[in-house]
Design a protein around this ligand. Structure first.
Ligand SMILES: Nc1nc2c(c(=O)[nH]1)N[C@H]1C(S)=C(S)[C@@H](COP(=O)(O)O)O[C@H]1N2
Ligand SMILES: [Mo]
Length: 426
């Protein structure tokens, strides 16, 4: 008689059982919590409360309760938090898939609902599985495909994260005690370390509710449970090893075979570090950035000052060693930037205490052509309107004639090809 997926005997892998599911669940409990926290930090780092220019989720309402002024110290802060967010997310993919595989019989179990509590558990499971797939898929698409959905990505990934995490917390509250009990119990029964768990007999003692994980009619084992776990862990390590290099320069970056900003650095010379969007792709021409054509417009307190690049070079110049750290997880190590302090530009239009600033670029279309910086960022002595990098004038792709660089800020706030700066409370 053919069996249907709703029949427990349809699922025959002897690997399924409380031990396998519990181990993967505990790994995800830690990992997804870190993803959620670093994700919220990334959102806070955008200065979303500052201006409608930065905020891509204007309807966040109460979900923005935790927002705070993103600090400028340590200067590698966003490089760390967002590197962890993206690299860890990619590394956890095999664990997530194995976890879903390990519980898939439960999704087909009949009757679909046994009690009110069971109904609630199943709804939370739907949001959990759907939310997990949605967050991992939108995250990977954004990192790998260069903003498949520019403005909307933030909205989708942000709201998706809250739905997913609510389901995740519910699930964790219901399941963590069981998972820990399973692991403790099985360890006591099998002090030698669980190699015998390769056979279904190792799973006789299971917690109530979890017996449906174990196949009633298991096939012959072809691999031990530990072997299967090693396979999942190996997949994670392989992803980690081929991604993590995107947070470093030079030879290490070349190990990041899977990351779009891995591989060799672009070109050679002082400007040979990662480029997000080239001048050409953003429609920036050499004519409009020439010494004759380009002027920086600085506004504030009803004043307007216009400066050529030569005139900017007459102002006090300062240096700062700062990285570019993109929301996509890749970053560079510290580059040497040289230019005019943002707070000195604020002083030009009469601000002794620098306020917020709205920065607009020459770019006419597309995302990231303008960004708002908060007063604490403008006041930092390392926040520059950079004219040089690594001892040479900026290259066109890194923002010539002038670009913003701010310590600890996401790359997206470091506007290139700056045309206008408007100081004032935003
Ligand atoms: N005008 C403008 N500035 C921009 C961007 C852009 O598309 N247009 N991209 C931003 C993003 S997302 C990043 S990560 C950094 C990358 O800087 P780099 O290309 O010099 O490495 O520039 C930022 N500044
Ligand atoms: Mo970026």
């Amino acid at each position: 008689m053919p069996r249907s997926p709703s029949s427990p005997a349809f699922w025959r892998s002897p690997l399924r059982g409380p031990w396998f599911t519990s181990v993967l669940g505990i790994v995800l409990l830690g990992g997804i919590t870190v993803l959620f926290v670093t994700g919220l930090l990334s959102y806070a780092a955008y200065n979303p409360g500052l201006s409608r220019v930065n905020d891509m989720t204007p309807d966040k309402g109460l979900l923005g309760f935790y927002l705070f002024s993103w600090p400028t110290d340590p200067h590698w802060l966003y490089r760390l938090t967002q590197g962890v967010h993206v690299t860890l997310g990619i590394t956890l993919i095999p664990v997530l898939l194995a976890k879903l595989w390990s519980v898939v019989p439960k999704l087909f179990a009949l009757p679909p609902v046994r009690s009110l509590a069971h109904a609630l558990e199943r709804i939370s499971l739907l949001l959990l599985v759907g939310g997990a797939l949605f967050e991992f898929i939108t995250g990977v698409l954004n990192v790998q495909l260069d903003y498949l959905f520019p403005g909307s990505f933030y909205r989708l990934h942000f709201y998706g994260a809250w739905v997913f995490f609510a389901a995740f917390v519910t699930h964790a509250v219901l399941k963590v005690p069981t998972a820990l009990r399973n692991l403790r119990h099985l360890r006591e029964e099998h002090p030698s370390g669980g190699e015998e768990l390769a056979s279904p007999e190792g799973e006789e003692l299971v917690s109530p509710g979890d017996e449906e994980l174990v196949s009633p009619d298991p096939a012959e084992p072809t691999v031990s449970r530990r072997g299967a776990l090693g396979f999942v862990g190996g997949g994670s390590l392989l992803l980690l090893a081929t991604t993590a290099g995107h947070s470093f320069d030079g030879p290490l970056r070349e190990t990041a075979l899977l990351a779009p900003h891995g591989g060799p650095e672009p070109g050679s010379g002082p400007g040979a570090f990662q480029i997000n969007k080239t001048a050409k792709s953003r429609g920036i021409s050499a004519t409009e950035t020439s010494e004759e054509a380009w002027r920086l417009v600085v506004e504030g307190r009803g004043r307007t000052v216009r400066l050529s690049r030569d005139e900017l070079l007459q102002l006090a110049l300062h240096s700062a060693a700062l990285p570019i750290a993109c929301v996509e997880g890749w970053s560079t190590s510290d580059q040497w930037w040289r230019g005019v302090r943002l707070r000195d530009l604020a002083r030009l239009v009469g601000y002794e205490q620098a306020p917020d600033v709205l920065v607009e670029s020459l770019q006419r279309h597309g995302a990231f052509r303008r960004a708002a910086l908060r007063d604490n960022q403008v006041r930092d002595a390392r926040s520059l309107l950079a004219l040089y990098v690594n001892g040479e004038p900026l290259t066109p792709d890194h923002g010539y004639p002038a670009r913003i660089i701010v310590p600890a800020a996401p790359g997206v706030l470091n506007t290139k090809w700056v045309a206008r700066m408007t100081f004032g409370d935003l």
